[in-house]
Ligand binder design. Structure first.
Ligand SMILES: [Mg+2]
Length: 274
């Protein structure tokens, strides 16, 4: 029995052995705010030279893929726009997949989601006209006002579809936690008396959007710092889960997670590809 146990252990691949693809969350994994997390740049380079396909996945819907290419380049990480999956890109892609091109929409959100929706052929309304929008898209918007809430409320009570880019209640800024899209979405939901359909991780639209980009890959690992978004999303797809302690989760919190991630690393720098 002992011999069998040893043989079995020896035959079990480490979670990162033979990986085809690595899905990387951004904030808390590659950088914190505007500073790179030490060693993350080299880890991405090592994965690339091992032939591992990389996808960068963030729930932040305020920036465009081009913004992220620039931001990653400033840390020495080479990326293409097609490798970057934001909740904004997923929202626009989902509208297209549903054949909603040409539909009118009222958006509460920043530049990233605005450009993505306009690019997918949605007609973005403003002012009084927006009260008759066929779709409400709620996201994080630093210019969010009572007027936005009233406009969205009129449209939603008239039967508009209701989508949220992501549900994150907060996001980490240099001086602490700032209100995230989830806070704005909750306000709109309260007025509407119904729930938004959320696009970002851990929800299906974003997980499926990532999977479409990794077609043909069999061993996929997701590395993130947020158990409730990164790890739950990855687990729902049957992917390998890697938690890094360089972001919002510390080792005590990591130890009490149930279920446990497949691998816990101090940071991406410790990633070893078998
Ligand atoms: Mg994160």
């Amino acid at each position: 029995l002992l011999a069998l146990g040893v043989a079995t252990l020896a035959g079990v691949p480490t979670p990162t052995e033979g990986l085809d693809a690595l899905v990387c969350d951004l904030d808390g994994v590659l950088y914190r705010g505007d500073s790179a997390i030490e060693g993350s740049t080299d880890a991405i380079a090592r994965a690339r030279s091992a032939g591992v396909k990389i996808i960068f996945a963030t729930n932040n819907a305020t920036k465009t893929p081009a913004d992220y290419v620039d931001k990653l380049a400033s840390f020495g990480v080479r990326a293409t726009e097609t490798e970057i999956v934001t909740a904004a890109i997923v929202t626009a892609e989902e509208c297209e997949r549903r054949g909603w091109q040409g539909r009118s929409a009222f958006l509460i959100g920043g530049r990233g989601i605005r450009e993505a929706l306009a690019g997918s052929g949605m007609e973005l309304l403003a002012g009084e006209a927006a009260r008759r929008a066929e779709l409400i898209v709620a996201s994080n918007d630093p210019e969010f006002t009572y007027d936005h809430l009233r406009t969205a409320g009129f449209a939603l009570h008239a039967g508009a579809d209701f989508i949220a880019t992501n549900g994150d209640p907060t996001f980490p800024a240099s001086d602490g936690l700032w209100p995230g899209a989830g806070a704005v979405v909750a306000a709109v939901e309260k007025v509407a008396g119904r729930r938004a359909e959320v696009m970002g991780k851990p929800h299906k639209p974003m997980m499926d959007a990532i999977a479409r980009r990794l077609e043909g890959c069999e061993r996929i690992a997701f590395v993130g710092d947020q158990p409730a978004t990164d790890l739950d999303g990855a687990r729902s797809m049957g992917w390998i889960t890697i938690l890094v302690l360089s972001g919002v989760t510390d080792s005590a919190q990591a130890g009490s997670l149930d279920p446990q991630p497949d691998l816990i690393l101090p940071s991406l720098a410790a990633l070893e590809l078998g």
